[in-house]
Design a protein around this ligand. Structure first.
Ligand SMILES: Cc1cc2nc3c(=O)[nH]c(=O)nc-3n(C[C@H](O)[C@H](O)[C@H](O)COP(=O)(O)OP(=O)(O)OC[C@H]3O[C@@H](n4cnc5c(N)ncnc54)[C@H](O)[C@@H]3O)c2cc1C
Length: 576
């Protein structure tokens, strides 16, 4: 089919002209020069950078045009793709192999035939039918026009330009504008940061017990504290129930606990759901999470219709479960795979591991693979976890920042299952390395051997990735027996830090013998009990544990030491 196919031989209609749709269209042209490709997009733009939208609101990306990665003209001139913006696909007839299109401006309906149809309609922001949700000042963030509305609103409600400030006789008093962000996922947190950049007072309300759902609670705590340090007021475990505006007063955001938050603007970031109505009406199979069901080659239940991106369900690479992970990377890859398959190539999607990153006030949180919450939900106990706090680069080179990392791996065979990391430097490159390792089915023993680049300003001779492998391998080889803060087993706690450090933070009931005195004071320790050893991050506890084990004691290291304790206690309230 590739180079010798005639235009009439293959006609492909693509619905949705952004991440999945546009990458499919461009790839298909590169493989099938003679195919007729039509790409329809309901909105005014194709191939725009949704991921940059919050930063356009915050002024970090000042020009709207920077968000438009490629326009209609580029698609036409470079790829000879018939791009139709403001054109919505409204129904599909799989029997006739036609799709009905509506001109959004005129309402005119036309019918287009296809040999292959690709659906990439994305996901819709969830907008529950709660009182006041349609009031002026309540916004969603999905498209370029959405953020234009937000920017216009903020400019229109600028206290200087709107004359809302009062003159006291001495100075102009400018009331701080207040924003309420609903939802603590990616979009909510990014919007909170950007509204803060604009000088607004920002309150973020999150339904669940912690922000960033894909992270485990104790790792999300780092994100929460960082947000709070930068002035974002977090309200956790509360549900927004509605919005109201009293006469002449500000918008108020109401919550289940009975609180009222006055707001000059409210932004919804409570998640997305697959835009599935077109597929559903056409009788295509839809999964339990509302996504279009596809096989590994992106084919729907109709072999001539493909679907990609946020609209589909995919298999979790680790658990094998169906899941919905709306991310740009998978959408782009799936678009490319659909094009390959349509052009007769044998490509397939490996499933998703949810690799993600978010930047917040100069720090980053990122993860890949499965989290512990999921393993617990699945009743999977064949895993172990460690917490590490390595430097982002050699400690002797200026500017090193510590990384907080959680590594989850199989107890039985050492397979790496998931990693979460938070820090101000070097988070992305570590998570990318772990992500590749997971995709290649690597074990923690492979991480020990990974050969990674090093110079002092970039990393350490023993990179955090190697370090993770070495510590995890020590655990599995029995060199470093492990216990956890939230284990129920009564413990004898030995703290090997210096007494000065205990003044800052200490674990109640812990016996203190500093590491450098341990060899001389072994007779103070019990030989008939497990001894759980702590220090600040785990390194000195490891040295101590090795001394104790080699002297016949039953010793274990308490994972993550004092640095993990605070978060785990906040999380489980059962650390002992
Ligand atoms: C504010 C924001 C920030 C984000 N940040 C990140 C990030 O940092 N990293 C990351 O990985 N992901 C991020 N994402 C998610 C990422 O943008 C999506 O995963 C990706 O764009 C999905 O691609 P898609 O092609 O499935 O859908 P989309 O890119 O949403 O494109 C779907 C398009 O289809 C059009 N459409 C829908 N129905 C029809 C129809 N019936 N007819 C015609 N056209 C139709 C829509 O108008 C839309 O333009 C972000 C998303 C948003 C909204």
């Amino acid at each position: 089919m590739e180079s010798n196919s005639n235009k009439a031989d293959l006609k492909v209609v693509i619905v949705g002209g952004v991440a999945g749709g546009a990458s499919c269209a461009a790839r298909l042209r590169r493989l099938a020069e003679n195919a007729e490709i039509i790409m329809v997009e309901r909105g005014p733009y194709v191939s725009y950078a949704n991921c940059g939208l919050p930063y356009h609101v915050g002024g970090v990306i000042p020009r709207e045009s920077s968000l438009l990665v490629a326009d209609e003209r580029t698609f036409r001139s470079l790829f000879e793709i018939d791009v139709r913006t403001l054109c919505e696909a409204v129904s599909i007839s799989p029997q006739e192999k036609t799709v009905e299109l509506r001109n959004v401006a005129t309402g005119e309906l036309t019918i287009e035939s296809y040999d292959k149809l690709v659906l990439s309609p994305g996901a819709t922001p969830i907008r529950p039918p709660m009182p006041g949700i349609d009031l002026p000042g309540v916004f969603k963030v999905r498209t370029v026009p959405d953020v234009k509305e937000i920017k216009d609103w903020l400019e229109g409600h600028d206290p200087f330009s709107s004359g809302m400030h009062t003159y006291t006789g001495y100075q102009t008093v400018v009331p701080a504008r207040r924003a309420v962000v609903v939802g603590g996922g990616f979009i909510g947190l990014e919007m909170a940061e950007n509204l803060k950049h604009l000088g607004l007072e920002v309150t973020l309300i999150q339904r669940g017990p912690h922000v960033m759902g894909p992270m485990d609670p104790e790792m999300a705590r780092y994100v929460e504290r960082h947000m709070e340090r930068h002035g974002v007021h977090l309200v956790l475990d509360d549900d927004v129930t509605g919005f109201q505006r009293t006469d002449g007063g500000p918008l108020e955001v109401l919550t289940k606990s009975g609180q009222k938050f006055p707001a000059d603007i409210a932004v919804l970031g409570i998640g997305v759901r697959p835009e599935n109505w077109l597929a559903k009406d056409a009788g295509l199979a839809i999964g339990d999470r509302g996504g279009i069901r596809v096989d590994e080659q992106m084919r729907t239940s109709d072999p001539d219709i493909f679907a990609v991106g946020d609209a589909i369900e995919v298999k979790d690479y680790i658990t094998g479960e169906w899941t919905h992970i709306p991310l740009a990377g998978p959408a782009n890859r799936q678009g490319r795979i659909a094009a390959d398959v349509i052009a007769g190539r044998d490509s397939s999607f490996r499933g998703t591991q949810g690799t993600s990153i978010i930047g917040l006030f100069g720090a980053a949180a990122a993860w890949t693979g499965v989290n512990e919450k999921t393993l617990l939900r699945l009743g999977d106990s064949d895993y172990e976890k460690i917490y590490l706090y390595p430097n982002s680069h050699a400690g002797y080179y200026p500017g090193a920042k510590y990384l907080a990392m959680k590594i989850i791996f199989r107890k039985s065979d050492g397979r790496l299952l998931g990693v979460q990391a938070v820090g101000q430097d070097g988070v992305d490159k570590r998570i990318d390395a772990f992500a590749m390792a997971i995709q290649l089915g690597s074990t923690i023993y492979d991480l020990e051997e990974a050969e990674l680049c090093y110079a002092p300003q970039f990393g350490s001779a023993k990179s955090p990735v190697n370090f993770a492998g070495m510590v995890a391998a020590d655990v599995l080889r029995g060199d470093m027996p492990l216990s956890h803060w939230n284990s129920d087993v009564p413990r004898y706690l030995l703290d090997v830090r210096h007494p000065q450090e205990l003044a800052v933070e200490h674990a109640p009931g812990a016996v203190n013998i500093p590491l450098d005195e341990l060899r001389e004071r072994l007779d103070e320790l019990p030989r008939d009990r497990e001894i759980d050893v702590i220090c600040r991050s785990g390194q000195r506890a490891y040295y101590a544990t090795r001394i104790l084990l080699q002297n016949g004691f039953k010793a274990r290291i308490l994972a993550g030491g004092m640095m993990s304790r605070e978060n785990l206690i906040a999380d489980t309230n059962q650390a002992r």
